[in-house]
Design a protein around this ligand. Sequence first.
Ligand SMILES: *Cc1c(COP(=O)(O)O)cnc(C)c1O
Length: 402
Amino acid sequence: MPPSNAPLLAAGPEVVAIPGPSVMPARVLNAMHRSMPDIYAGDLTDVIDEVFDALPAIAGTTSRAFVPIGNGHAGWEMALSNTLSRGQLVLVLDCGRFAAIWGEMAEFNGLRVETITAPFGRAIDPAVVEERLAADTGHEIAAVLTVHVDTASSVRNDIPAIRSAIDAAGHPAMFMVDCIASMGCERFEMDAWRVDVTISASQKGLMTPPGLAMVWAGPKALAAHESADLRTRYWDWTYRTEDGPYYLRFCGTPPVSHLFGLREALRMIDEEGLEERYARHVRLADAVRAAVRAWSTEGGLGFTAAVAEQRSHAVTSIRTGSIDADALAHRCRDQFGVTLGVGIGGEPGTSFRIGHMGHVNAPMVLGVLGAIESALADLGAPTAGSGVAAASAAIAAAGHDG
Ligand SMILES: *Cc1c(COP(=O)(O)O)cnc(C)c1O
């Protein structure tokens, strides 16, 4: 039961610390708040051009992006339907939950699916991928599907290492990577890492309300598109051409408000600089990780992601051991007005997640950690030390380094 002073401390701005939809900047929301423009000329066409011009850089590519109206799942479906044919085999590399769900979609849509699953809390082992692909001497596997960051386990895969594994096996499969949780937060180099299809969505690191997906298609994917038979008219890349009237790119009416919002978000990313953004995410994630380490006890709190180098800089999943994670989350919400992400992938009530992606800074992260630490104290949870003190020290140290 929340204590009687709950409303006093929870009043004020609602704080969401879930891994998407994440905190939306006022600049983005204000840019969206406008009446519908002339859709034939002027503002809207400028916005569309600016958005499409800016999207390749954030994915580290020169390839164009397609922008379907939809969430991340829409991006998944666009990627599959444009490049593959009924009955083809895809290899799904799952290290949490999200690649497996993408695989379920692939199966539903008529593909054959084989899944390699990493132990929960660990990244995909590239050696396992190389071994499987090397055994596929007939090159039956048409595509390898994985995630950059799995938002359930908060594990980051080593995408260049998986690319090297595909190359070492001499395998021609397309390589498709879901960057829905990581885009704009964690370094990603589509061209340098030779990824064929990259997928993201607006509502996580890209700081724009849910409703837009992005699919970057490299030359190999565009070549596969020519003969893909899963193509359907709505998702089809050929019809979503840049030549011709604006509505072709969206297969109909453009998502006007979202485009104004996304343009503003992309401008903010450009103003901050990608390298600075990546560095900020590392520092804030380091603060969160310092807190988790300070809280950790045998049988109590700890990291879901077992290996330090595999921990995402955009989201952290924390297992709670003997502490009821749902009670902790409720306490944080009711008493302090902070919403934490529910755990995904483990036993119910045994983990929670903190999103630290996109529009976040040190006081926001420290405030969330402080609320968690207070709630842990209220619940009588055993902790080894103060997470807030450790996080503050980590941020101070980062300041000195920088
Ligand atoms: C959030 C997320 C998804 C799903 O995105 P939706 O917008 O909910 O469809 C897929 N993959 C990853 C890695 C995610 O973080």
